[in-house]
Design a protein around this ligand. Structure first.
Ligand SMILES: [Zn+2]
Length: 471
């Protein structure tokens, strides 16, 4: 049994007969030419370039992150390896998946090849032999590939790269027998995107092997013998700054072969809200009016930005997943209570709904056990104050007096029962706030709550029940 170490190039002159879906196919015809012979990075470059010419964003599914997108485009155009550095939940994985979308939807590959070899440029030994020696070779389509390689400190060479079992070869197995050649994660990413999630957690010895991959686009499988294989893949990795100085470090030679791109939290409140809306799991149910989205997203951002005294003790900041979950939880709570649009009462008496989505996602410097809950309560209070003052400011100055007069004619206002259309000026403000008829009740409530918080002229008797407190 002979290994073919040399590079094998198949041209029309030395090609076998190719069969695709049971029929003979000319892979060099105009319609097929697009799906083989080219390096993965060439497709990506061509695609980025055509997006740019059309003035379109190749990463439209990613909210904001304009400068990060610029860096990614540049790094890809110059065929560089990318390392995303940032905390969990800020979209590193989403970004790498978006990059995979720049590959063709499908590629032509040798049928049954474990690494989906290109029929004109095979890299595995089985395909090299097949393409050179056989008269007929079957082909197949493979969908675009995005392979996640989790950084596991216990990862073995076989899992990461794979190898040829010399033992099995000695026992007389054919080269293409499934037990002879086991492709690891890296080899599986051949002709696709290899996403190394937490690169630093991969054992140092294996990082040395990856170094060869980045340097020469080739990898040596040390299983038994040393067998180099050319791999065509786009290398994207991620690292969490928390691990940066830890034991699981990324080795320096590897750092010298990647371009580091920081991925931080969403820059604006608006982006935070947009990300949560796009990623919510509850797509149906009660409406989340914009003021409630505002309050929830602010709560998370206060915990993250440390602008408040109470957030100073937060050590582990909540990611966008916290915002996404808060949106889900509030919608779930409002829907369960039969509300058409979320109300303040849907947060729970002690903001349980917010605690549900935040407790596991923040860490405090000191915590006696109850500390977290009171921190979260303070954050929500601050967020409601901030959103409330925005709403209060939206009340036209000249009508504030008449609005208070209208409110004072009631002993008690139950926002779930009272028809606000009876109060002409209150109604006008509600119409400014509510974007849909279903939001009227929620708008009525947030208006009263905002006046209460900003002026003290209204008191809250119980959730959803207000009374005039002026004299
Ligand atoms: Zn192959």
């Amino acid at each position: 049994m002979e290994y073919i170490f040399e590079e094998v190039i198949i041209k029309p002159s030395n090609a076998p007969k190719f069969i695709l879906d049971g029929e003979e196919v000319d892979i060099w015809s105009d319609e097929m030419l697009r799906y083989h012979s080219r390096n993965i990075i060439d497709y990506v470059r061509e695609n980025i370039y055509s997006y740019e010419r059309r003035g379109e964003d190749p990463f439209a599914e990613i909210v904001g992150k304009e400068s990060e997108k610029e860096m990614v485009k540049n790094a890809l155009m110059s065929n560089s390896n990318i390392l995303f550095k940032g905390r969990k939940g800020y979209g590193k994985t989403t970004f790498s998946k978006a990059m995979a979308k720049l590959l063709p939807e499908k590629l032509l590959a040798v049928k049954d090849c474990k690494i989906h070899d290109d029929p004109t440029h095979p890299t595995c030994f089985s395909c090299k032999r097949k393409l050179l020696e056989e008269n007929v070779v079957e082909l197949t389509w493979v969908p675009r590939k995005w392979i996640r390689i989790p950084g596991d400190p216990m990862m073995t060479t076989r899992q990461l790269i794979g190898g040829i079992s010399i033992q099995k070869v000695r026992e007389g197995y054919e080269l293409d027998h499934p037990e002879v050649f086991t492709p690891g994660r890296v080899l599986k990413a051949h002709r696709g995107v290899a996403y190394f999630d937490e690169l630093g957690a991969i054992p140092s010895a294996l990082q040395t092997l990856l170094h060869e991959l980045l340097e020469e686009r080739q990898i040596t499988t040390p299983e038994g013998d040393i067998i180099p294989m050319k791999i065509d893949t786009i290398f994207v990795a991620s690292t969490n700054p928390a691990n940066y100085k830890g034991v699981a470090d990324i080795k320096e030679p590897l750092m010298d072969r990647v371009e580091e791109i920081p991925i931080g939290p969403p820059e604006t409140l608006k982006e935070e809200i947009e990300i949560a809306l796009r990623n919510m799991s509850l797509k149906e149910g009660a409406i989340l009016p914009e003021w409630h989205m505002d309050i929830l997203a602010r709560t998370v951002r206060y915990a993250r930005n440390r602008e408040l005294k109470v957030s100073g003790q937060i050590e582990l900041e909540p990611s966008c997943r916290a915002t996404i979950k808060l949106f889900d939880h509030l919608r779930a709570s409002a829907t369960r209570r039969g509300h058409k649009a979320a109300m303040l009462s849907d947060y729970g008496n002690q903001y349980e709904v917010v605690k549900l989505g935040m407790r596991s996602r923040i860490g405090l410097e000191y915590d006696d056990g109850n500390e977290k809950d009171s921190v979260i309560e303070n954050l929500v209070e601050e967020a409601i104050n901030r959103t409330g003052s925005r709403i209060y400011t939206a009340i036209p100055k000249e009508s504030f007096g008449v609005i208070m007069e209208e409110i004072s004619t009631f002993d008690e206002i139950d926002v779930e029962k009272q028809n606000p259309e009876d109060m002409e000026n209150v109604w006008k403000v509600i119409l400014l706030l509510a974007r849909r008829p279903e939001e009227v009740m929620s708008a009525f409530e947030i208006l009263l709550e905002s006046i209460r918080r900003c002026t003290g002229l209204i008191e809250r008797i119980s959730p959803g029940k207000y009374a005039y407190a002026g004299s």
